[in-house]
Design a protein around this ligand. Structure first.
Ligand SMILES: C[S@@+](CC[C@H](N)C(=O)[O-])C[C@H]1O[C@@H](n2cnc3c(N)ncnc32)[C@H](O)[C@@H]1O
Length: 495
């Protein structure tokens, strides 16, 4: 079901020369005032910075008043949404009004868009958010979302290897595309909303980044093209139809994420990654792992990680707060309609998580995990290592006896048992890095892992452990080798 204007599909969105010049002027003004991520962090300090992240402006306003920092006026204008006089922001060129970044009424100025420094050297432009100091209002149907927790999660789990081509599908304010520009030679960024692309173009120009911005539904703007890396923070909310484009995919249940996953391989170069955030329905009577596992394409290694699960009421409430719809006059009806839609989907809960695919054109290896615990950040480098180990395992064709494996430096062993008991009832291996996996193992496997120092082949170690435990080596190998393969996948052991 294509959405959006077909005539728009794939058409590049460009700034006109005047806008480009104007944005260069604004960028110079931002730089001169040190309106950068570091500058703002220095000006606000940790307490006011954390309060502002909670939508509380008072500590930040006090910090701005008390500081001689040149960015104080810009912080109040763009981040606190204060109405100021033009004399409070003397560095801001007149072009800011022409570009629609601010509105000027006589001497008074206020922000029309949210323009904020991000990361090392980026500025991101989005619609003004709702909810500062509890002043909540429903955001518009075509609201262009700013950088949020989900954006940061995806940015942190992205595999950041140097690549020739990358695609950001559903770019919105363009934050993922900006990050991609640091390690991809060419970045295509698409969105269903042409307006989102206009704001992404503003952010790119302010950040001095060149993006190929194209309008259209899902993969339509890149038909026939292939990429080394695809990232997407799609509108994954389930059950609200297509009320808000940034949030709602407009397809039944979790079909948008399922379609994205199914279609992605055709747009990936061999070895290329596709990484996306997703929500999925936990249907009554069906294991969610089977459901999401059935989406995963042949020809791609895949890792699905569920990070959180919400019941239907908590889910609906989360999104209605997120969009400011709690302040809508028909909030109660919206809540009820949404719950009814989830009930019609037989949803007893909704899972939040992420999916990474890597095109391998070989017998693929799929894993679907429930991992609510804290993980190391950024996760991207660990995911790259995880997929590389999976490829190495495939090349061994199931026989690890000749391999010399080394136990990772972050692995510890935990013995669990009754107080005072001589033997533990359970042995756990834990990794402190990356996805921080935990594995229950038996004594033989633990002994074998302990002996893996990268010098002796696994087959030799297996025989030694079999002698020690007075077991048949072939039987021990049949039992332990599959476990070792899993331990390699999860990085407890490395070739
Ligand atoms: C959650 S926002 C993500 C914005 C940004 N990429 C980020 O990480 O913060 C989802 C974006 O997908 C866009 N979108 C919605 N439906 C789409 C579709 N069918 N095809 C392409 N983009 C779509 C929305 O307009 C919105 O900008």
């Amino acid at each position: 079901m294509p959405r959006g204007d077909r005539q728009d599909v794939g058409v590049p969105r460009r700034l006109d020369p005047q806008q480009t010049r104007d944005l260069a002027g604004v960028r110079a003004a931002f730089r001169a005032a040190d309106y950068t991520a570091d500058g703002v962090a220095e000006l606000l300090g940790p307490v006011a910075g954390a309060a502002l992240a909670r939508n509380e402006t008072v500590p930040a306003r006090r910090a701005c008043r008390a500081s001689a920092h040149p960015a104080a006026g810009l912080v109040r204008l763009f981040l606190l949404q204060d109405t100021l006089t033009i004399h409070d922001v003397p560095m801001l060129p007149a072009a800011a009004t022409r570009l629609g970044l601010i509105v000027r009424d006589g001497d008074e100025v206020r922000a029309r868009l949210d323009v904020r420094p991000h990361d090392e050297d980026f500025w991101v432009v989005s619609d003004l958010g709702s909810g500062l100091d509890g002043r909540v209002h429903p955001v518009a149907a075509d609201h262009v979302l700013g950088v949020g927790g989900a954006s940061v999660s995806l940015a942190e789990l992205t595999v950041r290897q140097p690549v020739a081509t990358a695609l950001d599908l559903g770019t919105g304010c363009g934050v993922q595309a900006l990050h991609l520009s640091r390690h991809a030679q060419q970045v295509v960024a698409t969105d269903l909303l042409p307006r989102a692309l206009d704001l992404a173009a503003y952010g790119a120009a302010l950040s001095g980044v060149d993006l190929d911005l194209r309008a259209g539904d899902m993969f339509a703007p890149v038909a026939g093209e292939q990429f080394d890396l695809i990232v997407s923070n799609p509108p994954f909310a389930i059950g609200a139809g297509s009320a808000r484009t940034y949030r709602d995919g407009g397809l039944p249940a979790d079909d948008l994420c399922r379609r994205l996953v199914g279609d992605a391989p055709a747009f990936l170069n061999p070895g290329g990654y596709c990484q996306l955030l997703a929500n999925w329905v936990h249907r009554r009577g069906q294991d969610w792992r089977d459901r999401v596992g059935s989406w995963l394409p042949a020809g791609c290694d895949a890792l699905v990680v569920q990070r959180e699960v919400l019941d239907p009421a908590a889910y609906v409430s989360l999104w209605l707060h997120d969009s400011g719809e709690v302040a809508a006059p028909d909030y109660l009806q919206r809540y009820e309609r949404w719950l009814e839609e989830l009930a019609a989907q037989d949803a007893e809960a909704i899972g939040f998580g992420w999916i990474t695919l890597r095109r391998v054109d070989a017998e693929a290896f799929h894993r679907v995990l429930d991992r609510p615990h804290p993980m190391e950040h950024p996760l991207g480098p660990h995911l790259a290592e995880e997929f590389a180990r999976t490829a190495w395992l495939r090349a061994q064709q199931g026989d690890l006896r000749g391999a010399r494996l080394r136990v990772a430096g972050d692995v510890t062993q935990e013995s669990i048992g009754e107080p005072g008991a001589e033997d533990p009832t359970r042995l756990l291996l834990r990794r402190a890095d990356g996805l921080r996996p935990v594995r229950a193992v038996d004594t033989a496997t633990a002994a074998l892992v302990g002996a893996c120092d990268g010098t002796v082949p696994v087959g030799v170690l297996l025989n030694a452990v079999a002698t020690l435990l007075e077991t048949e080596p072939a039987a021990l190998a049949a039992e332990v080798l599959p476990v070792l393969a899993e331990l390699v996948t999860e990085g407890f052991l490395s070739p």
